[in-house]
Design a protein around this ligand. Structure first.
Ligand code: RUQ
Ligand code: CUA
Ligand code: CA
Length: 636
């Protein structure tokens, strides 16, 4: 990196060509810093100095810690990744909707209990990770994320960084947009079901225009991870966000046409943002004004227009063609809908919404206070807490910084330029996310732009390329590109919290609910998990209980009969931070993690006679290789 930044090849006589500009900024972001020099001829020295400055800002030296936690959606890979910002180093992975070979997620009994019914699905598609809040600030308790592929919402406990609840949303297909209630605290998770489906979906009706074909806004009790209620809407639902009063949430709809194909979905010049009055919806549920669908007991409210009349809890605000992102400004004033097929963003004043619901404002467009033209393909907007929006322009491959109050003045007819800067990003950006931008504490330090294409930015990896998550410094007047971060299988979105906002456990608590069911089962077998090493036979079910302590298992051999169903339960009695053990039964598809003071269990069928080794898969000791045992299977 340092060699390249000094390479005169990246400089051309009289300034930088666009091509070399890309090459140089790929390395350090120095070329972007160079734009501040107003096209002046740069010397090799000034170029190197700018590059050095950029590097020093993102460098987190050996032994130093990052300032922010970043939680990255793993896209259709199904997991969540933990990164440090600004280094962009990946610190950890949290399996959620995927099967994970290292930790045994999707294989162990504890993880299967979390996955429930949906354990049968081996795939997921996460988009939107969001951290729970109290009073509009991250409280560091949970992270929630959607699964578009199998219509689920998952919760991750941030103290242990494990998924502890997964809910399959009933009566719907494809959870896409997901956000949390910010105020007074995250009582609800709001989740958009994207696709319109017939109700009941029993194969008798396939017509999307049928009045019983619709999709729903899902309100989930965040603590119980159970459905609170659902709201039927007109059109479909894309992204959503909530306000800072606790009363309103808004969602974009790109398919007001209820069409089934591209041409149809682009027919209307305007689609809409639907605003939900959550308090009014709660009231309607209390008053019993709901229906239920099929065997589901979840209250379902009808938020569609009837004969041109709005429901008590929804309003539809027309906005230009096929909007995508929906973002609340951190001052709590605006919902911003991103135009996608229109070069504009629509700014909705949240303080005008009560009048719209009360009927004092007749035209729903009266709540729109600005519609700035930003560039081609606006997808998502993030904020610096200093009054600026940063909108990704998918088609232009740019990040556009603009001033919200100036855009409002321009909408009123004043001659003001609201655009502050456009920065090239690489390439085709989707989401972007600024540090703490979803909270009252938006601090305007970093923006990550999640680019969908990386083309030539990394060493080639064959036809499939990584995505490129670019780190941009927004602390000054100029945005400066700092880092290119390759990522796998489309993270879509990420979130950053200050490191002091996330408090993690060093080792497991023996009373942790994560393995409480396993502890109960052991108690029934009369086992003290931290002391006993025992094999219990129960017909053709064999339960092997053992401890682990580096570098040995409490049980180093056991015998079963071919065809027995074997459950191995291991309690890691090591107390030392970072001494995790693993358990792998060779040729049985069995693998799991057992971290200090954790109990993990896994069940399999001993279907092959003979001797089968098991071993510790997590390097735990100088004698880690010797941490082994044997399962003897007697032929049936
Ligand atoms: S969406 S690239 Cu799945 Cu968040 Cu906009
Ligand atoms: Cu225990 Cu390696
Ligand atoms: Ca449309």
């Amino acid at each position: 990196m340092s060699d390249k930044s000094k390479n005169p090849e990246t400089l051309e006589k009289g300034g930088l060509s666009r091509r070399s500009f890309l090459g140089a900024s790929a390395m350090t972001g120095a070329a972007v810093a160079a734009t501040a020099f107003g096209g002046a001829v740069m010397t090799r020295e000034s170029f190197a100095a700018a590059a050095k400055e950029a590097r020093s800002k993102i460098e987190v030296g050996p032994g130093e810690l990052d300032e922010y936690y970043g939680f990255w959606s793993g896209g259709h890979q199904g997991e969540v990744r933990v990164l440090g910002i600004p280094s962009m180093r990946e610190i950890m992975r949290i399996p959620v909707f995927n099967v994970d070979s290292a930790t045994g997620w999707g294989l162990t009994n504890e993880s299967k209990a979390v996955l429930g019914e949906s354990a049968k699905y081996k795939n997921g598609d996460c988009h939107h990770p969001h951290i729970s809040m109290t009073d509009g600030k991250y409280d560091g308790k949970y992270l929630f994320i959607n699964d578009k592929a199998n219509t689920r919402v998952a919760r991750i406990r941030l103290d242990i960084m494990k998924c502890d609840k997964i809910l399959t949303v009933p009566n719907c297909q494809a959870i896409h947009g997901l956000r949390l209630q910010k105020v007074p605290h995250t009582k609800y998770v709001f989740a958009n079901a994207e696709f319109v489906i017939p109700h009941p979906n029993d194969g008798k009706v396939f017509d999307l225009q049928d009045e019983n074909s619709y999709t729903m806004y899902n309100v989930i009790d965040a603590e119980k991870m159970e459905m609170a209620f659902q709201i039927i809407v007109d059109g479909n639902l894309d992204n959503t966000d909530a306000d800072y009063t606790g009363r309103f949430a808004a969602s974009t709809c790109y398919n007001s046409e209820k069409a089934y194909d591209l041409g149809g979905m682009m027919r209307n010049e305007r689609d809409w943002v639907v605003v939900f009055d959550i308090h009014a919806a709660e009231k309607a549920v209390k008053a019993g004004k709901f229906i239920t669908l099929g065997d589901s007991k979840v209250p379902v409210l009808d938020g569609r227009k009837k004969d041109g009349k709005d429901s008590e809890f929804t309003r539809y605000i027309p906005v230009p063609k096929n909007p995508h992102g929906c973002n609340t400004s951190p001052d709590g004033k605006y919902f911003i809908a991103n135009g996608k097929l229109s070069p504009t963003c629509t700014v909705i004043a949240i303080d005008k919404l009560p009048d719209l619901f009360d009927g004092k404002l007749k035209d729903p467009r009266d709540v729109v206070v600005a519609e700035p033209e930003l560039g081609l393909g606006p997808l998502h907007t993030t904020f610096d807490g200093r009054g600026n929006g940063y909108t990704t322009l998918f088609i232009d491959s740019q990040l556009c910084k603009w001033n919200i109050e100036d855009a409002i003045r321009a909408y009123k007819g004043e001659k003001v330029n609201y655009i502050r800067q456009k920065l090239d990003v690489h390439y085709q950006p989707g989401h972007n996310h600024a540090s703490l931008c979803e909270t009252r504490e938006a601090d305007g330090k970093w923006v990550v732009v999640l680019s969908k294409f990386s083309k030539d930015r990394f060493l080639p990896t064959g036809p499939l390329h990584p995505e490129n998550d670019q780190l941009i410094d927004i602390s000054g007047d100029e945005m400066k590109l700092m880092h290119d971060g390759p990522t796998f299988a489309e993270p879509h979105d990420c979130i950053m919290a200050r490191r002091d906002q996330i408090k993690t456990k060093k080792i497991w608590d023996r009373n942790d609910p994560f393995f409480a069911e396993t502890v109960k089962r052991a108690e029934k077998d009369g086992i003290n998990l931290t002391a006993d090493n025992k094999v219990i036979r129960d017909g053709n079910k064999v339960r092997v209980y053992m401890t682990s302590m580096a570098p040995t298992y409490g049980v180093n051999e056991f015998t079963v009969k071919q065809g027995d169903e074997v459950t191995v339960t291991i309690t890691n009695i090591d107390q030392i931070e970072d001494v995790s053990h693993g358990f792998v039964m060779v040729n049985h598809g069995v693998s799991m993690e057992i971290s200090p003071q954790q109990t993990s269990s896994i069940t399999f069928v001993a279907d092959k006679p003979g001797l089968h080794w098991y071993y510790c898969s997590w390097f735990c000791h100088a004698l880690h290789m010797e941490m082994v045992g044997r399962m003897m299977v007697e032929p049936a």
